[in-house]
Structures are given as structure tokens and as C-alpha cells.
Design a protein around this ligand. Structure first.
Ligand SMILES: [Zn+2]
Length: 233
């Protein structure tokens, strides 16, 4: 066994230090990579029947977001329980069944449920008679609008001028732009646009239950709007 000179010993010591540093760096990179991949896998698996958070960040088509006024309800168990909405598989269309009332008053009705506690009800979005859109509930929370589909749908309530339940042109046009935007955000298609009636048999939205042609025409209008305005991402 040959003894090392001081210089050789120092060189050896330095080499060991470098090897240690490189090993620690590589191990750290492997650990970080593994954690990131685990996170991505969990996200994909958790929501693999609908959109994933990653899909939401990278929709395949992009369309301009319509003007939406956010007036979130005060958290409460009757209209905004803050239950996470894990996936979005459909957009559900409703009518207010309250002729002549606007978006603001319907929003206030939901807000007041936390005080009068008469029922459990809310909607993510309300479209008024002037075409104005009010958002009551964030899109990553459930609303109380669509019975046993509350846990995987986004709800839109539409105001209407009279008892027929037919939407006026301003409401209808905003509904097309809003539904188109939501379809693009969540990669949904024509069959993913449904009525409250399709969930529970309730006559909602009344006019579009009574006139099947009008309902089919609405879905066609949304698809045409997407074709004309969306761009591939
Ligand atoms: Zn409804």
C-alpha cells in the first residue's frame, strides 16, 4: 500500500466532494421529477371522465369569453355550500319560471335563501332580459340547480319576458355565446348541452321542452357559433 502525498490526498478529497455533489444533485432532480409526475397522474386520474385541470388550462379550442359580472353569493348551505365541482360533463340550461324578472333579482333570491332558508337553490350563471350575465357561484364549486347532476355540471338560468318561457333575442344571444365559451373551456360537444328536463323530467326550460325543434335549433346555433368564432389552440 502506497501512502499518498499531501497533494494527492487533497486531489482525492476534492474528487470525492465533486462525486458527492453530483450524486446529491441528480437524486434531487429524480425526486422532483417523480413528485411532478405523481401530481400530473393524480390530476388526470381524479377527473378522467370529464375535464382535467390541465385540460381547462389547455382547451383544444379557444373562443372569446363573454362579458360576465361576478357577484358571488355569500357562502351558505342553502345556495353556495362551496362543495368542489370536480368535473364538468354537461352544461344544463334552465328558465327562471318567474316571467319579467331580471338577472339581479334572481341572484338576490338565491342570496336571500341563506336568511329565509325556504329551499336549496342556486345557479352558476344567470342571463337577464338585457342579455347581461351574472355569475353567482365560481365554476369550481357546485350549484343547487340540477338535482343529481349538480356534482358534474354547470348551470345557466335564463330570464324570460312572459309565461311561455321563450327567451328574448338578447337573452338568447348571450346564452349562445356563454354556452359556446363553456363548451370550449371544458371540451364539450353538442350532446353535452342538456335541459333540466333531461335530468329530472321537470318542465324546464319550459318553452324548449314544449318545442323540441327550438331546443335542437339552439344547440345547432351554439355549434355554428363555435365553428364561426373559435380558433384551434
Ligand atoms: Zn331548471
Amino acid at each position: 500500500m502506497t501512502s499518498l502525498t499531501k497533494k494527492q490526498w487533497l486531489r482525492k478529497k476534492r474528487r470525492r466532494k465533486y462525486i458527492k455533489l453530483i450524486t446529491v444533485t441528480m437524486l434531487s432532480m429524480v425526486i422532483v421529477f417523480t413528485i411532478v409526475m405523481m401530481f400530473v397522474t393524480v390530476l388526470k386520474n381524479t377527473h378522467n371522465n370529464g375535464y382535467t385541470v390541465l385540460d381547462f388550462l389547455q382547451p383544444s379550442r379557444i373562443i372569446a369569453k363573454p362579458g360576465i359580472t361576478e357577484k358571488f353569493l355569500t357562502p351558505n348551505e342553502y345556495s353556495r355550500p362551496q362543495t368542489p365541482l370536480a368535473e364538468v360533463n354537461s352544461i344544463v340550461i334552465h328558465y327562471t319560471a318567474n316571467p319579467g324578472t331580471g338577472a339581479e333579482s334572481n341572484r338576490n333570491y338565491f342570496e336571500n335563501l341563506r336568511i329565509n332558508k325556504v329551499t336549496y337553490a342556486s345557479s352558476h350563471l344567470i342571463i337577464g332580459l338585457e342579455g347581461e350575465i351574472i355569475q353567482c357561484v365560481p365554476l369550481d364549486e357546485i350549484s343547487f340547480a340540477s338535482n343529481d347532476r349538480n356534482n358534474d355540471t354547470i348551470s345557466i338560468e335564463c330570464c324570460h319576458p312572459d309565461a311561455t318561457g321563450k327567451f328574448n333575442d338578447k337573452t338568447y344571444n348571450s346564452l349562445i355565446a356563454l354556452t359556446a365559451w363553456l363548451c370550449c373551456q371544458y371540451d364539450l360537444g353538442r350532446d353535452d348541452i342538456i335541459r333540466h328536463y333531461d335530468v329530472s323530467g321537470k318542465l324546464c326550460p319550459l318553452y324548449y321542452v314544449e318545442y323540441e325543434d327550438a331546443w335542437e335549433a339552439f344547440k345547432d346555433d351554439v355549434m355554428s357559433y363555435i365553428d364561426d368564432n373559435a380558433v384551434e389552440n
